[in-house]
Every structure is written in structure tokens, then in C-alpha cells.
Design a protein around this ligand. Structure first.
Ligand code: SF4
Length: 676
């Protein structure tokens, strides 16, 4: 039996982007473990990848051939098709849509399943750009709010790498469940702690890292902006502002502070639902402990005040003069450290002028909107499971169920969303193709090669869209570029950090450090804001122009439903990836504080109905004081098979937008709970 170990990289939607060692026996993956090729991830990976990936690649859910729908939409009955047949159907149906409604009646409905730069957005976008399809702004579904808040404040300068927290004396994990969603920050944080650093966790739930923290601030979701403002104002009262730094490097200080000063510590304590003493303690530590690092996670921005919350947090190191030293500043903005060249890779120059852009958060609404001009008549779902992931799930389901909508679905496994497709195309897993990885949570560039051949008749995304381009008669050489050429188009090969090596030739057994002249990037030491003013912009002309949001704001969120449902990341899935994998998938419980359960007559272990005006889900109840009163919690990404009524927590999430970026507001989800 031939056993070979190969280097690879985890492609999933996770900031860590681990390097992997994959054990292959007879062309089958039998084991996946961490490798040391990436010094940051250093041989450690999460249990979900180690335990689930081989089954995902080789299990019964794996799509092996193209399929065409023979049952009703959503029923999941398909017949095998050849690639030629599948491409012919797609060509015929999409051509008819374009003839009747124009190319913008076609749209991609894709997100971030794999994060390799080729699989994520390369030949596919070349194809859609040339087709003249509607553009899809994907970022509002998750990371866009944080990215836009960063760009508005610092431009495209990178923040510090996570390794820097080893030097910190204060580390604030703000809405960042490092144990499940930023695994490799945990040992660094613990090592710093052993050297005397204090750790503060800001999170509505007493997550694991909060149990070991020096301070846990369990604020009400959506009130982060008020907490950060109150800390800013308290720093000012304490004489803890770095006036010299502000004078030289901060734009909009007075405007920002005018907002912050409106909230006393007592006001903030009441609005955020936390003790005044905790706010004062955090302000005191932020004043007296340096270097101080803040790591803002994904999730706290998923509400109507989300962009404001992140911007107000980003303001704190500027106000207190925390930049310019190892371990000081913000562990965010990693994506800007890489020399990416998206215009070369994605070829927006193929786009017809005036092509409209649709916000991904609104796609359920757009699919049902008869006044949309032109209406959506064909969508391509890939790298995405919109039925499970999008807010207002029932609306998305009605949209996908439209009989007059032609849907192409492309994925590695059969998903709940693909059950609505007319044609299904089998995609290769990232273990079956070349790709290059620029992480969004660390500063190492990595490349990976295939470790097994494409399974069944599956093809990499790049080859699928190459074939589609050929079928649609696109003859520009851009549509026959090899994967190696695409990798060379993805990253600037002239960047000195690549040492003269072409991106497509970068070693796969060693990550490439994205440093600044050999040193880690540190804002105000070797990198500087790339804003219009060249300063840190606490009042942002960029965000004002784009979203009418010059300054952070706070709006209370009122609905008739009394409980706030948050749906954070799971320890079993990456968003929805790996959902539906195990036959015995269990329904995620609803976690509730006993003080909320008692007046409703609810007991631990009973099944409850959780509802609002958008939908209803049935979940087993877990009583715990780890979640604050007034807030309930159920983990996101569960598949329909875990549901007895065809709805998961996404059915309860509202479809409105955050204050910037048109971002999704999953955590503005108000519900009531009763016994089923
Ligand atoms: S999901 Fe994250 S922690 Fe797990 S292996 Fe992938 S990159 Fe590493």
C-alpha cells in the first residue's frame, strides 16, 4: 500500500489558514494533520478539519458527476448527465435568458467556501465579467463591514500579525472566540499571560477563553460602539489620551470625541448591560498597560450598529497612543499585507460599462422582486450554501424555488441549496487542484498543489469556468490561462518578499513571510495609514461618501420580541461547511439563561419553539448561565436535516443592513421562546 505525505493548506473561511500534512493511501486521503510549513500555525489544526475533511472529500455526499434536475425544485431528485450535456443545457438556458432580458438577468450567487485565490475569484469572475452578468458584492455577508471600517480608518495599511501579541501586556479579544474561530491566537495569548499580560474578553457569552480571562465583559450584542465610546471618554477624563500622537496622526478627533463624551460610564453600563466598575477597569488597564493589542473577531459587527462598533474600537489605540511598538495596536487588517493583483486575476476590464452591482445580503429579495430591472432569471450558486447561510431563509427559499429561475449549482458535495438547482456541476476539493492562499488573519503567503486527482468527474472551479467560457465562445487568451498562469496573475511576482520566485513556483513546504523589509509590519513603525489625509481617520470622508457614515453612531434596536438571538460560529462547522456530513447530525441547542427560562416555564432538555415574524425553529433547550439574560444563542450553519420543519436559525435573522457596507445583521435577531 503506497502511503505518501503531501504538503497542503486549509482553504476554509477561517483567519488562521493552517499549513497541513495530508497522508494519502492509494489516492485516498486517510489523515490530515497540521504541518510546520507555516510557523504561525505550527503543526496544530482544529478538530473539525482533522476529523471531517477526509469524509467530506471521499464520503457518500461527494458529487462525482454532473446532474440535471428531474424532481421538483428542492426535492433533490437528479439524473446523471455528461459534462457536454450539462454545459449544453447551461448554454442554451442562459443564452435564452440573455436574449429575453439582457445579460444582467444572470448573476453569480457565490461566497467564500474555499479561500484559495483561484477557487474564490479568478476564472469565474472573468467569465461573468465577459458575459456581462450582474456583479455581486459578496463582502456584506460577513467580513465586509470590518474591512470597510478598517479602510475608512487606516486605508489599506495592514495591522499587526497575531504573533505580535506575544509582546503585549494587555490583550483584548473583542468578539473573538479564539478557541473555535482563531485557534492559534490562544497559545500566544496564554504565553503572554504567563509573562504577566492581562487578557480581557468582550463577548455576550462566557466563552472558553473568557473563563481564563482577567476580565470578561458580557455586553449586550449591538452595543459595542457605546462601550468603546465610554472607554474613549473615560481615557480622556483620566488624562490618558496621547495628545501629541493625536495632534500629529489623527484626523477627526474632536468630532469623534463629541460622540463619545455623550455617554458617561453609567450610561454605557446601563445600555451595554455591564457593571460600571468593569468599564472603568478596562479603561484603567488600557491606560496603564502597554503594549496593548486588540483583536476584533467576526460577529460583533452583524447588527445595525456594527460598523460603528468596530470603528469606535479601532479608535482606541489611536487615542491612547498604542501604535508603533511590537505587540501594540490592532490584530486586524492582515489581508492588506499581501501583494494581491485582483485586476489581473479577475479582469474587470471585460465588464460592460454600467453593469449593476447587487448586494449579496439582498439576493433573496432580488430573486422575488418583479420590479428589479432586469429581473433575475438565472443564477450560478458556487462556493456557497445560500439557503442555510443567508438571513431570512424562508425568503431565500421562495426565491430559489421559482420555476422560471434557471439555477446552476456547483459544489464539492450536495448541499441544501443545490437541491434547488436545475444543473449541478461537481467541483473538486482544494486537495485536487493548485491554489495560492493569502490569509485574512495572519501574514504568511502559502501555495498548495493537488495531493489527489480530481474525484469522479469533478473539476476545479477554474476548469469549470474555462469550459463554460469556451462553450459561450469566449476566445480571449484570458479564458485559456492555466492555473499556474492564474497564480502568477493573483500575486505580484515582482514583490521583493517573493525573492524573485514566481508565485506559481513558491515552495509548498514553506510559507513566505509577508514582512516589511524583513521586519513584522507594525503601524507607525514601518507602515502608515493609507487614507486620503495620511492620518488615522476617526471621522471618515471615505465612509461618508460611500455610506453616509462620517462618524460612528448608535441606534437602539426595537422590536416586539423580547429575546435577542445570536448565532455565532460552531466548533463543528466552518459556517455551513461540514454540515450535513454525518448521518447523525444533531440539532444545535438553544442556550438560554435560567432567569429567562423560569418565567416561561422552560426546563433544560425540553424542545422549544423559537420564533419571530420571519419564521420558527424547533430546538432542544440548554439552560446555562454562560449566556447573559435577555440573550439566547444557537450556533450557525446547521443543515436542513437537523430541522423538523425545514427551517434553521437563519430563518429568524432579519434582512436589513448594517450602518456601513450594506452588511448582514444576523445578530439583530429578536425572538420569543416557548415550549413546543
Ligand atoms: S479551519 Fe482554521 S483552524 Fe481549522 S484547520 Fe482550517 S485554518 Fe486551521
Amino acid at each position: 500500500m503506497a502511503t505518501i505525505e503531501h504538503a497542503s493548506v486549509c482553504p476554509l473561511d477561517c483567519p488562521d489558514t493552517c499549513s497541513l500534512t495530508v497522508t494519502v493511501e492509494n489516492a485516498k486521503i486517510v489523515k490530515i494533520r497540521g504541518s510546520r510549513a507555516n510557523p504561525y500555525t505550527a503543526g496544530v489544526i482544529c478538530a473539525k478539519v482533522a476529523s471531517s475533511y477526509p469524509d467530506w472529500v471521499h464520503g457518500p455526499g461527494r458529487l462525482q458527476t454532473p446532474l440535471r434536475r428531474v424532481g421538483a425544485k428542492g426535492e433533490g431528485r437528479f439524473a446523471r448527465a455528461s459534462w457536454d450535456e450539462a454545459l449544453d443545457i447551461i448554454h442554451e438556458r442562459v443564452t435564452a435568458v440573455i436574449a429575453a432580458h439582457g445579460p444582467q438577468a444572470v448573476a453569480p450567487l457565490n461566497y467564500a467556501g474555499p479561500h484559495g485565490m483561484l477557487a474564490y475569484a479568478s476564472m469565474d469572475l472573468r467569465f461573468f465579467h465577459k458575459l456581462g452578468a450582474s456583479l455581486l458584492d459578496r463582502s456584506p455577508l460577513c467580513g465586509g463591514i470590518r474591512t470597510q471600517a478598517w479602510v475608512g480608518t487606516f486605508g489599506t495599511a495592514p495591522g499587526i500579525a497575531p504573533e505580535q501579541v506575544r509582546h503585549s501586556k494587555l490583550i483584548i479579544a473583542w468578539g473573538n472566540n479564539v478557541t473555535w474561530s482563531n485557534l492559534h491566537l490562544t497559545p500566544l495569548l496564554n504565553a503572554a499571560r504567563r509573562d504577566g499580560a492581562k487578557v480581557v474578553v468582550v463577548d455576550p457569552k462566557r466563552i472558553k477563553i473568557a473563563e481564563q480571562a482577567d476580565l470578561h465583559i458580557a455586553l449586550k450584542p449591538g452595543t459595542d460602539v457605546v462601550l468603546a465610546w465610554a472607554i474613549a471618554a473615560e481615557l480622556e477624563r483620566r488624562g490618558a489620551l496621547d495628545r501629541a500622537f493625536i495632534e500629529r496622526h489623527v484626523e477627526g478627533f474632536e468630532e469623534f470625541m463629541a460622540g463619545a463624551r455623550r455617554y458617561s460610564v453609567a450610561d454605557a453600563a446601563r445600555i451595554c448591560g455591564v457593571p460600571e466598575a468593569d468599564i472603568r477597569r478596562l479603561a484603567e488597564w488600557y491606560h496603564t498597560l502597554s503594549p496593548a493589542a486588540i483583536s476584533v473577531g467576526n460577529g460583533l459587527e452583524r447588527n445595525q450598529n456594527g460598523g460603528s462598533g468596530i470603528r469606535a474600537i479601532f479608535a482606541l489605540p489611536a487615542l491612547a497612543g498604542k501604535f508603533g511598538v511590537p505587540g501594540g495596536g490592532l490584530v486586524n487588517g492582515a489581508g492588506f499585507v499581501f501583494p494581491k493583483t485582483p485586476a489581473k486575476l479577475q479582469r474587470p476590464d471585460f465588464l460592460p460599462p454600467g453593469t449593476r452591482t447587487l448586494n449579496i445580503v439582498d439576493m433573496g429579495q432580488h430573486l422575488l422582486d418583479p420590479t428589479l430591472s432586469p429581473p433575475l432569471k438565472a443564477v450560478f450558486i458556487y462556493n456557497h450554501n445560500p439557503l442555510v447561510v443567508h438571513p431570512d431563509q424562508n425568503r431565500m427559499r421562495r426565491g430559489l424555488a421559482r420555476e422560471d429561475l434557471f439555477t446552476v449549482g456547483c459544489d464539492v458535495v450536495m448541499t441544501d441549496s443545490l437541491a434547488y438547482a436545475d444543473v449541478v456541476l461537481p467541483a473538486s476539493s482544494h486537495f485536487e487542484y493548485d491554489d495560492i492562499y493569502a490569509a485574512y488573519g495572519q501574514h504568511w503567503l502559502q501555495r498548495a498543489q493537488p495531493v489527489i486527482p480530481p474525484q469522479g468527474e469533478s473539476l476545479p472551479n477554474t476548469e469549470i469556468f474555462r469550459r463554460l467560457a469556451a462553450r459561450f465562445g469566449f476566445t480571449d487568451p484570458a479564458f485559456t490561462a492555466s492555473d499556474a498562469q492564474l497564480i502568477d496573475d493573483a500575486v505580484d511576482g515582482a514583490d521583493p518578499r517573493l525573492g524573485g520566485v514566481r508565485p506559481s513556483r513558491l515552495p509548498t513546504d514553506r510559507a513566505t513571510a509577508m514582512t516589511v523589509n524583513g521586519e513584522p509590519a507594525i503601524l507607525y513603525k514601518n507602515v502608515f495609514p493609507k487614507t486620503p489625509s495620511g492620518k488615522i481617520e476617526l471621522a471618515s470622508g471615505y465612509l461618508e461618501q460611500k455610506y453616509g457614515s462620517r462618524l460612528p453612531t448608535y441606534r437602539p434596536y426595537d422590536t416586539p420580541f423580547p429575546l435577542l438571538l445570536i448565532s455565532p460560529a460552531s466548533d463543528e462547522r466552518i459556517t455551513s461547511t461540514f454540515g450535513g456530513l454525518k448521518p447523525g447530525d444533531v440539532t444545535p441547542p438553544l442556550e438560554m439563561h435560567p432567569d429567562d427560562a423560569a418565567p416561561r416555564g422552560l426546563r433544560d432538555g425540553m424542545t422549544v419553539r423559537v420564533w419571530n415574524e420571519l419564521g420558527e425553529v424547533h430546538l432542544p433547550l440548554t439552560l446555562t448561565d454562560a449566556i447573559r439574560p435577555g440573550v439566547v444563542c444557537s450556533l450557525k450553519g446547521a443543515w436542513m436535516r437537523t430541522s423538523d420543519n425545514g427551517q434553521t436559525v437563519s430563518a429568524l435573522a432579519p434582512g436589513h443592513h448594517a450602518d456601513i457596507c450594506g452588511g448582514a445583521c444576523y445578530n439583530d435577531c429578536r425572538v420569543e421562546v416557548a415550549a413546543l
